[in-house]
Design a protein around this ligand. Sequence first.
Ligand code: PEP
Ligand code: MG
Length: 747
Amino acid sequence: MPVSSAILELSRLQKDLLQLATPHEQLRFLVDSVSEVVDTDVCTLYLTDEEGNMNLMASHGLDQTGPVSIPASKGLVGLVAKNKHPINVARANAHPNFFYVEGTAEERFGSFCGVPLVRYGRIIGVLVVQRIEAVELSAEDEGFLVTLSSQLAHIVADIPNALRGDFVNQYHHGVKGSSGIGIGIGILCDHGDLFSVPDEPCDDIEEAVGQWHSLLARVISQLESEESSLSIQVSESVRGIFNTYASLLRDPALMTKVEEEIQRNNWLPGALRTTVKHFAEMFESMEDPYMRARAEDIHHLGNKLYAAHTGGSNVLMDISNIDRVILIGQEVSVSDIATVPSEKLAGIICFAGSGLSHTAVLANALGVPAVMGVDTLKHLRIREKFIVDGNSGLIVRYPNDMLSEEFQRLINEEEELKHKLSSLRDLPAITPDGHVVHLLTNSGLLADLSPGLRHGAQGIGLYRTEIPFMIRDSLPSEEEQLQVYQQVFDTYKYKPVYMRTLDIGGDKQLPYFPIRGEQNPAMGWRGIRFTLDNYQVMMTQLRAMLRAAGTESDLHILLPMVSSSEELNSSIELLQDAQEQLLNEGYPFKKPKLGVMIEVPAAISLLPFWSSRIDFISIGSNDLSQYLLALDRNNAQVANRYDQLHPAVLQEIQRIFQLARTYDLKVSLCGEMASDPMAVILLVGMGFDTLSMSATKLPKIKYLLRNLPWRIAESLLQQCLQVDNVQDIRTLLKRSMKHLKLTELLN
Ligand code: PEP
Ligand code: MG
C-alpha cells in the first residue's frame, strides 16, 4: 500500500474508532478494518496481562469459543513481544516457535505477520495478521502495521484484560446515592490531567502561540454555548459558575503568561501547566478565604483548556451519539450534571462521597440513579458500558448482554410501578383504617421544586438553603436570597414550607468559605455553630426568609444542629432582631413558626426545656444516626454498618416522639428514613403524621400508606422494639411486606 494512502487509512481508522461507544465495538471494528485494509484472512489483537501472558482481545478470522491466552514467551506471538520486533513469515507452522492455540482452527492459515504494540517503552500487546496463502506480507503493508501499532498502543492501553470472559460483568461496590437503575455509556468528568504534563521543547514557537490563541477562543465560545444550553432550570447561581470561568479566561494576564512561557521554549501544554500553577499559587497565598478558593477555579479551568487541547475525554465532549450517559468522576459537579440533557442522563458514579453528599442529594431530587464512594474503578479512559444500581449501591462494568437484559427488565418494572403510582397523585396518604399522614418534600434547588408538586407533596418539609449557597461563587446577598425564596413560596402558596437556616460544614463546604484543618469536621464548625459565629450571614438569611414569605406564606424556620440552650436562645434573639428591623423598615411579614432539627443526641434531653420556646421539631435522622452510632455518614468504609433501623436509633426516635407529645410540640421527620418503606412502617406505627422526603420517593410511600393498616404498623413496631439487631428487624419487616403484597416497594 502506498505511504500516502496508508496515512489516510490510519487517520480514518482512528477517527472512526473513537466514534464507537464501547471498547467491545472498538476492538471489533479495529480487527475487521485492519484485515480489510491489508487484505488478510485474519487480524488478531493480543494484549499482555500482568504475568506476561498474551490474551486474545478480538479477532477477525480466528474461531473463538472461549477466552484465549498464550502463555508468556510462547509461540510466535511471544517471540514478537520478546524481540520487540515484527515477525513476518510465509509458513507459520514451519517456524520453530510455532505454538498451536487450541480451538482457534489456526492451522488453516499459512502466513503470519506479528508486530509489537509498544507504549512508553513497554510491550502491551501484539497485532497479528494471517493469510491462508503462504506468502509474506509486503514490506509496505508491514510498514503500515508498524505505524498503526504505534498509534494503537495509546488507544488500547487502558483496556487490558478487562474484556476477557472472566472480566466481563465486573462488580464494584459503593454506597447508595440515589435509587433506581440506569444503563449507559460512562463519560468521565475529569477535565484532563494537566498537572502530570512534562516540560518539552517547543518545535515551532510561532505556531504554538497561534494554537494557544485559537484554543482560548474555542474554550470561551464552548463555555458560552454550554451556558446557553444549560439543560436543567437551575437558578442564576449555576450560571454564575460559568460567568466566573469566562471572566478568568478573558483575563489578559492569563493570555500573556502562557505566551511568555512558550517564548521561553516550552511547548503549549507545559506552558499552560506552569501558568496555571503560578496563578493558583498566587490565589492560594491570599488572606481572604474567597480569593483563596479561586485557586480551585484556576485548576479546573487549566484542566478544561488542556482537555480541549488534547481532545481528551470529559463531559463537555460530544455526547450526541450517546443515548444514555453515565457521568463518572471523583466528584460529579452540579455544572457537569447541568450540561447533560436530562433525558440522556442515566446515572452518576462518584469515586468519593457518600449517600448523603450534595451530589447524591441532587441526584435524588432529579430522580437519577447514583452510586457514591466507588473507589475501585481504575483506568477509565475510553467510553465503556456501565450499569448503575442505586438501589443496592452496585456498579457493573462491562456488563454482558444477558446481565444488561436482566437489569433492563428491572428498569421496565420500575417504570411500570411509577406509572401505576402516578394515579395516586391527588389522593390522600391515609391508611385503610384512617390514619392520615402529611407527605412533604425535601428540596433545595429551584430545579426540584416542581417535581415535589408533581408527585403530590403537600408542602416542603425541608428546604436545604445551603444548596443555593453552594452552587455560587460568593455569599448571596439579601436581595439574591429573597428572589430564590420567593420562588419557593410562589410554588408552594399557602402550603407549609420548612426553611432551614444555612447548614454548612462537614461534607457541605462553601467553595468560597472553606473550613480547613478540622480533624473531625462532622463534630466541628457546622450548622448553627457556624452561622451564630457569623451572625451577619444568619441575619441576612432570616431577613430574606421573612421578607420572601410576606404575610401569606406559611414559613417554618428550622435551625440545624442545635445542641445547647445557648444556641437556641441566641437564634431566637437574632430572629426577634430581624423582625424588629423589618417592622421598622416597613416590610410586611407574618410571625414565622420556629423549630429545631433534632439531630444531635444532646437535643433530646433538652426538649422539655425548649418546648415553650419553639413551635415544632423535625428529626434529622441522617445526622441523628451518625451521632448515635458514631458512624460517619460520609465514609464508604463503614457505610454497610450505617443503618437507620438500628435498634438504638429506633428507641431514640420513639423517645423523641413521646417527648413531643408530652410537651405538645408538632413533630415531623425529614431524614432519609422517611423514604425507606420499612422505616416508614415503624414511624407510622409510632404515630408520626408528617414525613418529608425527596419528591421521587413520595408516590411509593403514599402507596405503602394506603395499603398498610395502622394497627399492623403499630404491632410491627412493638415487635421490632423487642429486637436487638438491624438484620432481624429488616427480616421481620420484609416478611410482613410480603404478606401485605408490598414487596414491589422494597427497592
Ligand atoms: C438529617 O441530618 O437527617 C437531615 C435531614 O439533614 P442533612 O441531611 O441536610 O444533614
Ligand atoms: Mg443534618
